[in-house]
Design a binder for this molecule. Structure first.
Ligand SMILES: NC(=O)c1ccc[n+]([C@@H]2O[C@H](COP(=O)([O-])OP(=O)(O)OC[C@H]3O[C@@H](n4cnc5c(N)ncnc54)[C@H](OP(=O)(O)O)[C@@H]3O)[C@@H](O)[C@H]2O)c1
Ligand SMILES: [Zn+2]
Ligand SMILES: [Zn+2]
Length: 335
């Protein structure tokens, strides 16, 4: 059996049909049949080799929902027929201080699903069983994928920036990640302001739980909200006027960046210094936090808004993410 996939054969190229021989299962691995897979902007950064780590043929897709078809000899926690989710992370060493503290996402030996193997825009995928997460029954298959990268990234980033409840929270960018961040923050009892370049997203943001919307014009927020924020999360894959946003934070407030600009950041220290503010960036989330996020999403009804495409329509979906017309996450299904 060959695994049938969609791959970029060269940097920046549209995906084409491509197939490969499945590796034989290592003791800790499982074979999954892909049921659905979300399209994250990181897939596009990887297709374009923005991070200098892409290898071609590159099979993107790291928001996978799959059914376990076969398990390696050492797998005891997952059984055939189980529905699991897979995110950005393929594996880690499971033995370093970070791994032992539940920060597997910060392990020096982290491997990614699409950079160190072939991803989920395929009929099957072979995965490390320890990075496959059983999904709560309340979350439908087509909605679960976007939680596996987009969901965990914003949940973990918000927590790292100090999210609790009763806070003022800013979310910059209402895309795949941002529209989930609005839901997590508002459903956990916070007042949310979104910053968006898309005028037509204000109404939807309100439905998702946003209290108000600030338009971003020519890269700059059109107004400064009268009350300061406890935390701001940026989900934008582009440069930001960092100082404008830092100045909107209260004392000890934090700006957490999960969106990845392609250019280096430049900013003056003073907006941080004068109010002991923090600037941080945050990668996906660890395994314990993944379980917590899925549980919170299930209980509080956090669900992506999706546009469904067949896998054969993958290049149409990629074009919609590139031109920011997707609302709000593309999910690819086999048929
Ligand atoms: N840290 C991590 O571990 C991690 C994990 C997953 C993804 N990411 C990164 O997070 C970023 C967002 O991913 P996503 O899947 O949410 O992307 P997306 O669906 O394309 O959403 C990005 C949003 O950012 C806003 N935006 C403002 N200026 C933009 C510009 N110049 N170009 C593109 N978008 C602009 C748009 O929102 P408005 O229309 O509201 O302005 C857009 O909808 C990417 O850089 C991705 O690689 C990081
Ligand atoms: Zn480790
Ligand atoms: Zn992702």
């Amino acid at each position: 059996m060959k695994i049938k996939a969609w791959a970029a054969l060269e940097r920046g190229k549209p995906l084409t049909e491509w197939s490969y021989d499945p590796p034989s299962l290592a003791p800790h691995e499982v074979l999954l049949r892909v049921e659905a897979c979300g399209l994250c902007h990181s897939d596009i950064h990887m297709i374009d080799n923005d991070w200098g780590q892409s290898r071609y043929p590159l099979v993107p897709g790291h928001e996978v929902v799959g059914t376990v078809l076969a398990v390696g000899s050492g797998v005891s926690e997952l059984s055939v027929g189980l529905r699991v989710g897979v995110g950005w992370q393929r594996s880690s060493c499971l033995a370093c201080d970070d791994c032992l503290r539940g920060n597997e996402n910060c392990c020096d030996r982290i491997q990614s699903v699409i950079g160190d193997g072939y991803g989920g825009f395929a009929d099957h995928i072979v995965m490390d069983s320890r990075f496959c997460f059983p999904l709560p029954d309340q979350i439908p298959t087509e909605h679960a994928g976007p939680l596996m990268c987009g969901g965990i990234t914003v949940y973990s980033g918000l927590r790292a920036a100090g999210l609790s409840s009763g806070q003022r929270v800013g979310i910059i960018g209402v895309g795949g990640l941002g529209h989930l961040a609005v839901q997590f923050a508002s459903r956990l009892g916070n007042q949310v302001t979104v910053f968006t370049t898309s005028e037509n997203k204000a109404e939807e943001a309100a439905k998702l739980g946003a209290h108000d919307t600030v338009l971003v014009r020519n890269g700059k927020p059109a107004k400064t909200p009268s009350r300061s924020f406890n935390l701001i999360l940026s989900t934008v894959p582009a440069a930001l006027p960092l100082e404008s946003y830092l100045n909107m934070l209260c004392t000890d407030g934090a700006l957490c960046m999960v969106g990845v600009p392609n250019e280096p950041l430049t900013f003056s220290l003073f907006p941080l210094l004068v109010k002991r503010r923090r600037l941080l960036a945050s990668p996906i989330g660890g395994r314990a936090q993944m379980r917590e996020m899925l549980d919170v999403a299930a209980r509080f009804g956090v669900r992506p808004i999706i546009e469904k495409f067949r896998l054969t329509e993958i290049n149409t979906a990629i074009a919609k993410v590139r031109n920011n017309t997707i609302r709000y996450r593309a999910v690819l299904v086999p048929h």
